[in-house]
Design a protein around this ligand. Sequence first.
Ligand code: PLP
Length: 401
Amino acid sequence: MSRIYFDHSATTPLDPRVLDAMLPFLADTFGNASSHHAEGRKAREAVETARAQVAALLNADANEIVFTGSGTEADNLALIGAVRTSIGPDHVITSSIEHAAILETCRYLEETGVSVTHLPVDSDGLVDTLDLEAALRPDTRIVSIMAASNLVGTVQPIQELAEITNEHGALFHTDAVQAGGKIPIDVKTAAIDLLSLSAHKLHGPKGIGALFVRRGVKISPIVFGGGQERGLRSATENVAAIVGFGVAAEIARQEMDAETVRLRNLREKIVRVLAQTVPQAYVIGHPEKRLPGHLSLGFAGQEVLAGRLVQLLDEAGIAVSAGSACNAHHADKPSHVLLAMGFDAERARGLVRITLGRFNTEAEVDRFVDLLAALIGQLDPDLDWTTSAQLAGPLLAGTSA
Ligand code: PLP
């Protein structure tokens, strides 16, 4: 039986249409987009087409899109780039549930003298607009709140958070790496100044990201060289990956409405069936304000067995992830996201993340729920699998993205 992939928050398979569009740029159409000859012009044209496609996903203008080497790099560029343009000590506001790409960048900025405020979240993982109001200061340079959580799928009130930030004269950045292509984002109506995307989360290639930089917003580069991407990201453009990103963004935009309904139905079917067959299962994250294909589960009284469950599912041919941490290198630690949501240390280790994508089917969902119910019945709650040396390896394969 073929494997079932339910870990689309970690990464997504390349859509065959994206692959087809990329292939010529990995073969005969190899020009450098900065060259003036025919080969270069062809590459440039492809890069600019992709820029317009990525822009369209956000209702941005093409010249507001800067291609980067990843979502991580886009996050770094947004925060460090914004802070570097101002003179004197700065204040940055973020949330306590961000991806490491934001949290570690903030940690670096703190080392350089910037003060950072981490906003709390409620038990669903939502940031409160009143907390943002209270945290904003005259020296706040930038606020960075993720559009949707990679771990629990909760979607933040980005529009309101951006407006409040704007009224206080600070820049608003959102890490939309998980949200991009899955929920509508319109930068013409939302007061978002900077927004990060990553192609591999929307059935595009890995190693290509983008930062939306609203016209008129000044940020400094963090990579220096030949001045590509309007001087904001020097380096020879990765044309094939950029082309793939463009096509992936175009497909996501065109299919978003239908796909939202389809994925939400599949997710709700899982919840409905498990409510009957695995009554100890509970949903983590906001029940409605969440990404359509995203389901995070805990199992009351069996949280400690989450890693074991994920391993058993993997052995049975189904890839899901254990939400031990935002970073696989710290998978033995309780998740900082769940701790911020008020979970105790034991429950904060016990998340199983199921994230659906474009090629998943109802038959796969049916196979999954049957298997999960059977496996959970076999788990021994008295055995602490998390400390089993034998399982240390598989447990390290936690929620890395
Ligand atoms: N931000 C969020 C919310 C993510 O989920 C990820 C990837 O897992 C990133 C940033 C980093 O993106 P990339 O893998 O393109 O560096």
